[in-house]
Design a protein around this ligand. Structure first.
Ligand SMILES: Nc1ncnc2c1ncn2[C@@H]1O[C@H](COP(=O)(O)OP(=O)(O)OP(=O)(O)O)[C@@H](O)[C@H]1O
Length: 260
């Protein structure tokens, strides 16, 4: 049974049809890169998969409709790391990551020894062990992003939905984070991550989904999907693509219609 599967999934927000007839299946342990132009519906797809949006069609987590799962049970199975999560309160890094343990604890129960160990492990996994006692609002955007990834890791969900996890990261932390995400897949976690940088997406993912105008227009191995014709038609850029054992490299010549 797929870990996550959709059939003719459609989502409307307000009176706008944002996802249309999207079908896919993700196996346990697969790493999917979700790419597409601004406004294509990537965030919406991730939020729907987390059970946060009404939809039509089917969207099943381990064979059961995502909205049919009791919220607490679903939170042990799925973690969504949003774009630019805002934190208004002055929690420390360790406290915020500790919140990821909530679905595993009794009502208002304190973290036990095992929870503390998982928090420490999650902090180490994102290279933030030294930041445990720092207030989160004082951290840089990229550091905060790693805190929220650590929170999802501490949550110990089998399915990680990541919305632009590398957006605020410097290049070392981008590569480092995606390598860690790859390792999570190898450890049996399923990852679906929206990533704007197509080369980075190709580097970590087994499979790319390309969304355009709310439709899934391509689904396959990165080297098959990232062809010049698709880059032109979907992303509006002229580019050359080299594929070899080291990965996919894209040389951009310019945006269509911009005269560059
Ligand atoms: N609450 C809302 N009501 C109406 N339309 C919305 C709402 N939220 C998002 N949309 C629209 O849905 C479309 C898809 O948005 P979404 O955020 O899923 O795109 P995205 O692919 O993640 O974009 P980006 O790359 O810019 O983050 C956009 O056209 C957006 O304007």
């Amino acid at each position: 049974m797929p870990h996550l599967a959709a059939h003719d999934l459609s989502v409307s927000l307000g009176d706008r049809s944002v996802l249309r007839d999207v079908s896919f299946a993700v196996a346990e342990g697969e790493r999917v890169g979700l790419v597409g132009p601004n406004g294509a519906g990537k965030t919406t797809l991730l939020r729907a998969a987390a059970g946060l949006l009404p939809y039509s069609g089917t969207l099943a987590l381990r064979g059961r409709g995502v909205r049919a799962w009791p919220a607490r049970e679903r939170a042990r199975e799925v973690a969504l790391v949003r774009q630019q999560a805002d934190l208004a309160v002055d929690f420390t890094v360790a406290e915020v990551v500790g919140l990821g343990r909530a679905p595993h604890l009794g009502w208002l129960a304190a973290l036990g020894g095992d929870d503390q160990r998982r928090v420490a492990k999650a902090l180490a996994a994102v290279d933030l062990a030294a930041f445990a006692d720092r207030p989160v609002p004082e951290l840089s955007g990229g550091e905060q992003q790693r805190v929220f990834l650590a929170q999802a890791l501490a949550q110990d969900a089998r399915l990680l939905l990541l919305d632009e996890p590398t957006a605020h990261l410097d290049v070392r932390h981008q590569l480092d984070l995606l390598a860690r995400v790859r390792a999570l897949g190898a450890a049996g976690r399923t990852v679906v991550a929206a990533v704007h940088d197509l080369e980075l997406a190709a580097r970590f993912a087994d499979r790319l989904w390309v969304l355009a105008g709310g439709r899934l227009v391509a689904d396959g191995p990165p080297a098959d999907v990232l062809r010049p014709a698709l880059l032109r038609d979907v992303f509006g850029v002229e580019a050359e693509v080299d594929t070899d054992a080291a990965g996919v490299r894209i040389r951009y010549f310019g945006a269509l219609g911009s005269g560059t």
